[in-house]
Design a binder for this molecule. Structure first.
Ligand SMILES: NC(=O)c1ccc[n+]([C@@H]2O[C@H](COP(=O)([O-])OP(=O)(O)OC[C@H]3O[C@@H](n4cnc5c(N)ncnc54)[C@H](O)[C@@H]3O)[C@@H](O)[C@H]2O)c1
Length: 340
């Protein structure tokens, strides 16, 4: 099979993309653009045969590069996606793909018009523990009626001191909860039609950080299911994603201590414990799947995944709108409209 030439923009988590492109048998890492010049010497040392671009256009305008990874700060994703589409690149972008509804609409329009291959690093779908939970949920829990998903950030210093507290607009929902939204929609294969949310900002001290550091939402589904999602950036606990799933035949609790499955209301019955750890190699599977889909021209799989990315982003935008307007928001996935 032919190899695909790749480039990476932004070398924080983008370094994981770069390592994958460097090591995978069907990808070549050709160029990197990192805007912080202080990082260039180190990048050169780790990737000696890779060219360091002086600006992002050296990547977009290079016809040799077919796949671009966008791992810059959240506010750059939208303009970099548009440029990538313009220059006919395949696109792998870190979440969130954008920050505003108008941007989501424009991205969708242009992707459809240009038939662009597009994916986003919703990494939790590849965690072994969550794959296991999806399996149990489908086969052993009966009728699901309630799920809670909490994104517990545990990295307060990144807002107090890092770029998240400096860019013009940062949303903890788009930056954190979106992982739980994507995961739970993937579990259920069903979309919420209504969202009611609240938020507060009681923990972050950085005065430049103007938005909420905590958001919580109730998502309602036509089937009657309810999902609660929170994005908790002020919590005093190590970073982790916690889940509770309730079905007619059983319940799952998962947090940083691992998972338990209960299949009885009887206290005397033993709980089943499970804890599947995921290594870094597996965490690159979202990217690996995208590369293989491109090379094998699996357009249907790419389009379905792309649709699910838009859906998760739209739910995240609905949450922010609900907080801002203090109203219940109805979601129209076809037109990408959010109405009171
Ligand atoms: N999928 C995930 O699980 C996951 C995990 C972490 C971060 N992210 C996302 O990745 C993005 C980057 O976050 P991070 O944690 O790597 O931050 P980071 O600060 O660790 O690294 C970002 C790097 O990108 C560079 N950069 C920023 N904007 C740039 C631009 N326009 N052009 C070139 N270089 C640029 C910065 O100089 C920095 O070196 C964010 O959008 C974040 O939400 C996703």
């Amino acid at each position: 099979m032919k190899k695909i030439n790749c480039a990476v923009i932004g070398m924080g988590v983008g370094a994981r993309h770069a390592d994958f492109y460097k090591n995978y048998k069907y990808t070549n890492l050709i160029k990197i653009f990192e805007k912080d010049k202080k990082k260039w010497a180190r990048i050169k040392k780790i990737y000696p045969s890779v060219q360091i671009a002086k600006n992002e256009n050296e990547i977009f305008k290079d016809p040799n590069i077919k796949l671009v990874s966008i791992a810059s700060y959240d506010n750059y994703h939208y303009p970099q996606i548009l440029k990538s589409i313009k220059f006919k690149k395949n696109i792998f972008v870190e979440k969130p793909i954008c920050l505003y509804l108008s941007q989501l609409k424009e991205i969708k329009k242009r992707i459809e018009k240009n038939n662009t291959n597009f994916s986003c690093n919703f990494i939790l779908r590849e965690y072994l523990q969550f794959k296991k939970i999806k399996k149990i949920l489908k086969k052993q829990l009966g009728k699901i009626f309630f799920i809670e998903g909490d994104y517990n950030y545990g990295r307060l210093e990144k807002i107090e001191k890092g770029w998240r507290g400096k860019i013009p607009y940062y949303s903890v929902t788009h930056g954190g909860a979106i992982h739980m939204i994507d995961l739970i929609l993937w579990f259920l294969n069903e979309l919420p039609h209504e969202v009611t949310s609240e938020g507060n900002r009681l923990i972050v001290k950085n005065k430049k950080f103007k938005t909420n550091d905590f958001t919580v939402s109730l998502l309602k589904f036509k089937s009657g299911k309810i999902v609660k999602i929170s994005s908790n950036f002020g919590c005093t606990i190590p970073h982790h994603h916690s889940l509770k799933v309730f079905g007619s035949k059983g319940s799952i609790f998962h947090d940083l201590r691992g998972g338990i499955l209960a299949r009885s209301r009887n206290k005397a019955k033993k709980l089943t414990k499970f804890n599947h750890l995921t290594n870094n190699e597996k965490k690159a599977n979202v990217l690996k799947n995208f590369v293989m889909d491109i090379l094998k021209k699996r357009k249907k799989a790419i389009n379905e995944n792309c649709k699910s990315i838009f859906n998760s982003m739209l739910v995240s935008l609905a949450i922010e709108k609900s907080i801002k307007q203090r109203k219940k928001i109805r979601i129209n996935y076809k037109t990408l409209n959010l109405n009171e």
